[in-house]
Structures are given as structure tokens and as C-alpha cells.
Design a protein around this ligand. Structure first.
Ligand code: TA6
Length: 314
């Protein structure tokens, strides 16, 4: 088996859709579908799946895949006149064979560059030319990094604005045993109360009912502690000031055709996002948004991500 085969393999996935499998020597892996530029699997070096994908997920355009890491662009949720979460997640991306160089090259060989350009169809609903480059990298230690570079390629001199999210579905053992650290005392917009603004209480966030909140100007590190699995996900982000926390709970779960009635117990979305303030790019300008996910044994993390401490720590 050649070393290249180990790290990057282009193959067919569900319904014959093209996907790329990334593997690291120690056994971790990730899968990215060209449909949506959508990460649908991230496994640690024990082969354990770390992302949630619904057993009812539909792998067929134009429906977005329910789970993994959908990319919300150029609009987050219903924050605008486009379809919810924009159109990037239900477009077919291409493999970018000549990506512009990255300032910092990671040591990993397990990465893929994808590209999405505005189509004639898109220009009818969103009249802006753009190039969206996405690099998905699986690090030697099994960390998963997504770097988006969005460039305004308008030739009419017009700037454009967009909102954005990595709509990550984390796989958790039991939602009632999960806590999120790093968002304490922050302001948020509550999507269940007309996006009204509130301030979060001082303790780690726990879950006992539907939640759909947009936390504003969060620290760059957020932790999701899965007590039962003794596992902590650490989400690090750059260029994405906000973070969305979502769990549909039982009623919304039943209302979603591509989501199992009980599956809300085993997933939590924590989404690195730019929602409160739209990003504006003049022609030729480029924006970069990075998210890095790592899964560590819980003993490493608890209590270390209280914002007051995080802001003090490097
Ligand atoms: O990110 C949270 C959210 O905006 C929720 O309001 C909920 O709608 C969720 O995304 C899923 O959206 P979708 O369009 O994928 O059904």
C-alpha cells in the first residue's frame, strides 16, 4: 500500500457521491463529501466516530446531509432572504488541484483542498462572484482542522457581505450528561425567543430541553465535556467570533424527517460562526475562518475553560 493511499483517497460514498477519505498513520480518519464540501466522519485512532450523522440522513441533492459538519454560507440560518443556511451545503464542490499557498504548512499529509465558485444559478439568487476554498486537514494527532478562504471575485467593483458557520454535530453519549465550558456569562441571541438578547449564567452550560442560542464574541476556545465517555472536545477557532449551540430535543426531532426521534440524545451542535456582524469583502479581498477540533480524555480539561481563566491563559 503506497503512503499516498494511506493519507488521501478519492472514492465513492453513499449513493455513489464522490468523497475523500483522509487517514493518519496512527489510525485516525476523516471523510469529506464533495457534495456540500461536507465532512461526514471523524474517527480517533481507536476507530471511534466523533461526529454525529443521523441514521435518517439523506445523501441526495438538494437536501443537505443531516450531521457531520455542514458549511453555512453565504447566510447563517434565516439571517437573510436566501434558503436557510445558504447554498454552499447543497452544491457539488471540486477538488482544488492548485490551491494558493498557505502561510503555515501543517506537517500533516492527510489533507484535501476543495473549491466552490459562484455558478450562473447562484448568481440569480445571490448576485456576487466568489471563490470559496476549503482545506480539511487531519493532523498527526488526529485533530481535525477546517480552513475556509473566501474571496470576492466581483468584477463590477461591488463588495458583498455574508454570515457563516461550521455547523458541527458532535456525537455525545447522553446529552443530559454533557456540559459546555467557555460560554459562561456571555451574551446570546435566543432563537427560541425571537432572537432576543440575554446574558448566560455563570456556570457551564448543561441540557434539559431544546436549545438554539447564538453566543456573541466568545473566547477562541470552547470545550464540550462528555462525562459518560470521559471525553472532551476542544473547539478552537479564528475569524469566527460567535458560537451557536443547538439541540432540537424531542418535539423538533420528531418534526425532522431526516432525523431519528431519539437521536437528539446523542448529538450536540456547537458551531464556530460569524453571525452577529456580517463579514464584508471588497473585490479582491479574502476572508479566512479556521476551526480546529480535538478530542481529549476529560481529565485533561474540566474547569480549565472558564472564560475568566481562558482569557488569562494562552
Ligand atoms: O444552527 C442552529 C439552527 O439554525 C437551528 O435553528 C436549526 O434550524 C438547525 O440550525 C438546523 O437547520 P437545518 O436547516 O439544517 O434543518
Amino acid at each position: 500500500m503506497t503512503s499516498e493511499k494511506v493519507h488521501v483517497e478519492v472514492c465513492k460514498g453513499v449513493n455513489g457521491l464522490d468523497k475523500v477519505v483522509l487517514r493518519e498513520i496512527r489510525g485516525s480518519s476523516a471523510e469529506v463529501y464533495l457534495y456540500g464540501g461536507h465532512v461526514t466522519s471523524w474517527k480517533n485512532d481507536h476507530g471511534e466516530e466523533l461526529l454525529f450523522v443521523s441514521s435518517k440522513a439523506i445523501f441526495k441533492p438538494p437536501k443537505a446531509i443531516r450531521g457531520g459538519i455542514p458549511i453555512c454560507f453565504p447566510q447563517f440560518s434565516n439571517h437573510g432572504s436566501l434558503e436557510p443556511h445558504g447554498f454552499a451545503r447543497n452544491r457539488v464542490w471540486s477538488i482544488d488541484s492548485e490551491p494558493p499557498p498557505f502561510p503555515l504548512n501543517s506537517s500533516s499529509k492527510a489533507f484535501i483542498d476543495l473549491i466552490l465558485k459562484s455558478s450562473e444559478e447562484d448568481l440569480k439568487t445571490w448576485p456576487h462572484s466568489f471563490e470559496f476554498r476549503l482545506r480539511v486537514t487531519l493532523g498527526p494527532g488526529g485533530d481535525l482542522m477546517l480552513i475556509s478562504r473566501i474571496r470576492n471575485t466581483n468584477t463590477d467593483g461591488k463588495a458583498f457581505s455574508f454570515t457563516f458557520a461550521y455547523h458541527t454535530y458532535f456525537s455525545v453519549s447522553d446529552i443530559s450528561e454533557v456540559r459546555v465550558e467557555g460560554l459562561e456569562t456571555l451574551d446570546y441571541l435566543d432563537n427560541l425567543q425571537n432572537k432576543e438578547r440575554f446574558t448566560e449564567q455563570g456556570d457551564a452550560i448543561t441540557f434539559e430541553s431544546e436549545v438554539d442560542k447564538i453566543y456573541l464574541s466568545t473566547p477562541t476556545k470552547i470545550a464540550i465535556l462528555d462525562h459518560e465517555k470521559k471525553r472532551t472536545f476542544v473547539l478552537r477557532k479564528d475569524g469566527l467570533p460567535d458560537a451557536v449551540v443547538w439541540n432540537p430535543w424531542d418535539k423538533k426531532a420528531k418534526a425532522m424527517a431526516d432525523f431519528g426521534d431519539e437521536e437528539y440524545k446523542h448529538m450536540l451542535c456547537v458551531e464556530a460562526a460569524a453571525v452577529e456582524k456580517a463579514i464584508t469583502l471588497k473585490p479582491g479581498e479574502e476572508w479566512r475562518g479556521r476551526q480546529e477540533l480535538s478530542a481529549v480524555p476529560s481529565s485533561y480539561c474540566s474547569g480549565q475553560l472558564d472564560p475568566r481563566r481562558v482569557l488569562q491563559s494562552t
